[in-house]
Design a protein around this ligand. Sequence first.
Ligand SMILES: [Zn+2]
Length: 164
Amino acid sequence: MTDESNSPMTDTDSTTTGPLLPEDITTDSPFTLPGFFDALAEGRLVAARCTECDTHLLPPRPACYGCGSRAVTVSEQPRTGEVRSYTSVNRPPSAFEHLAPITIAVVELDSSARLTGRVDAPLADVTIGDRVELQVRDPEEAGIDPDFDLSYEEEWPVHVFELV
Ligand SMILES: [Zn+2]
């Protein structure tokens, strides 16, 4: 474990900016999935944005998958947005089996970053353009059996969109 006091990545506020050195990509960095879910558990949805080509990276990545640049900045995102596409999943992963069929949507947040997630509504109640708000639930509250999670995922919150 590195000395966190020397790492710029201990701070997950909106000023976290790349390029990052490999040693900066610690598990509490918002540029990793554990760091992303830690922030989400605290109620903060964070995304990275490439300062070269403006691509949103959600969850954040230390390098842009649009142009390869490492000049990326993490910032907190709005929790509201619009359904851009959606579908029904009849055979979801085991942890969500009891909720089947589930509705999955690609949501464009009000920042224009896109996030895929479950919509807490039947397929027939969802339409492209619907306004939704992200809710963050702990796995137990969401009815997820921890036995289905990988050990490092057990504490990760579950995100779900609700129609507003
Ligand atoms: Zn880019």
